[in-house]
Ligand binder design. Sequence first.
Ligand code: PMP
Length: 400
Amino acid sequence: VFAHLVQAPEDPILGVTVAYNKDPSPIKLNLGVGAYRTEEGKPLVLNVVRKAEQQLINDKSRIKEYLPIVGLVEFNKLSAKLILGADSPAIRENRVTTVECLSGTGSLRVGGEFLAKHYHQKTIYITQPTWGNHPKIFTLAGLTVKTYRYYDPSTQGLNFQGLLEDLGAAPPGSIVLLHACAHNPTGVDPTIQQWEQIRKLMRSKGLMPFFDSAYQGFASGSLDTDAKPIRMFVADGGECLIAQSYAKNMGLYGERVGALSIVCKSAEVAVKVESQLKLVIRPMYSSPPIHGASIVAVILRDRNLFNEWTLELKAMADRIISMRKQLFEALRARGTPGDWSHIIKQIGMFTFTGLNPAQVSFMTKEYHIYMTSDGRISMAGLSSKTVPHLADSIHAAVTK
Ligand code: PMP
């Protein structure tokens, strides 16, 4: 009965790894997926995560019962504090409802379905370009997806005027997806002054902010600094949604641990919102997994482990910044035509190189370097040893 099916294409991002795995070349390099690698090119389990897991194993009172629909309650409280700040008035006033979800993706999907069911506007505006999964998540959640201008290829920076015009022209009440920091795929973030202008415009038009926070701590190396744009929106007393992921900043990728918070106008509304979120979650996957959220809770509740985490996080962010500098210098040393300063200006895990699909495919074919066809490279997948190879391939691609 399924013989009529056509072969579906690989996911544009995960498919890069599939192609990489098939390549027998010893010099192959995977810069497709945004997963952190050490200088030796190995995946990293944070020390602090190992310690937390040991604590969990040693605690013989731990059981494997189902979590409630909303997940691990302590994890939810700590996650809200991490993103909104320990002194957040919204938390103090019990206006925030938080549910544990399946990493960032699951949080976006649950938030999207909640909005499709209960919010009066069904259109969500996403940045042009954005993470490839965003349009699919929100379309399947039942929302209509439109884009707003964000990136200007001519300056390799923010198209701030275009952004303001597009959000200014959006129908009142529309939902707007905002990358909290380290925009994927461009690595271009608004300045704090620009965020303030975006906030004013959005609040004046009653646009609903939906923050995607997949890289807290990865942009600046500081958890508080990276959460600042969100806290500005919460400080004005208005509503917003926040999807948090611990995939990158705690290296918990496959544990699928994240949280959706909805900041409401009052405690009374927050209670009702939570009851409706449960109705979205229960038929979707019943309740979330216990292990990853328990690791996060152990780390966030303990001052020493928390401090240790911030140091390990900063080390990851610093290594990525150092890769940016090394790649920039390597291109300069080769006299590669073009202005490559965006490599050091952009923020977070990715560099949006400006390489076109033909150049990308040349680099894959001739140099066994794998990346998404939009020219995005994961700086976290680079090391001092592989920078020269990448620089050679970029040089060859732009001079051929
Ligand atoms: N949003 C953005 C912008 C991302 O880059 C990612 C990860 N690539 C996610 C959300 C969600 O990832 P995860 O589901 O693994 O937490």
